[in-house]
Design a protein around this ligand. Sequence first.
Ligand code: ADP
Length: 344
Amino acid sequence: MSDDPGVELTNPSLEGDAELAFEGALRPKSLTEFVGQQKVRGQLQLLLTAASMQQRTPDHILLAGPPGLGKTTLAMIIAYEGNRPLRMSSGPAIQHAGDLAAVLSSLVPGEVLFIDEIHRMARSAEEMLYLAMEDFRIDIMVGKGAGATSVPLDLAPFTLVGATTRSGMLPNPLRDRFGFTAHLEFYADAELELVLVRAASLLGLAIDREAIAEIAGRCRGTPRIANRLLRRVRDYALVHGGDADLAAVHAALELYDVDEIGLDRLDREVMNIVLTRFGGGPVGLNTLAVSVGEEPETIESVVEPFLVRIGFLTRTPRGRVATAAAWRHFGLNNPQAALTLDVL
Ligand code: ADP
């Protein structure tokens, strides 16, 4: 577990076992239990009902959106709702076509295959997947060199559910083979309150509405973060022997470096670099990533979407640019704005 609470709260790769167990316990098990994303829920419901009426496997589904918005949860629900077995894998685990062939050839009829971070799968596996998705068939190469032959292998019909934080990185032939792409949006505060009320009741935690509303407003529109902040507040109340009330929320979130609008340490670091080191930008993604010591992918898929959504950052062809709202929030003067005034 990282010592860095700011990162821990947003970076799923740093989860410990306890965090994972906690997440698992709170996952909704049906579309009706799944809070928010009304449009996507309706679209999925229709697709799944039609498939079950025709007794066929549902079309392949791509779930796109920032981390923590419910992609894995939805993949599980797709399996539960159709009473189908679920196989879970991920792009980084599929580094060769052979890795994928092993998974595909062992699927049972109707199985749901979930591939998380599908944009990180090896190119050779991607090509195998095209045929598998379209015809439920793969070609396996037997032998090497001039004597190599390809042997076709029929697969059981399956539904692929792919999840990606970067749908733009998927090659078109792969994207086109999904029957439906769901774009998950950040959640509204009222929806996050429902997520939190549900989680608190599952955890048996007595927490007042004011405290719930405060957490909802500070979790970057993301249910995973809402649930984690709730856990930190629970810890705080437990250790200090008090109630899980507004004071506990303020104290716990201050301890974990979450500011009043939900920005964590990494968000603030990124904004600070854009504003102070690059005078508001434009600054390129790679330069920004190096400056904060993170991978460009983390900046692009974890940090940036929320900063764009709250109107602090815009993406331009020349790089990332801070907005007037960002200058105001951080209490800084925009030198560019002053220059413009001088010219006028
Ligand atoms: P992703 O796969 O998009 O990173 P997950 O599906 O793992 O996100 O969701 C992270 C956590 O947030 C899960 O523990 C789940 O309980 C919770 N969660 C996500 N979406 C919802 C939702 N719509 N309603 C209730 N809880 C949710």
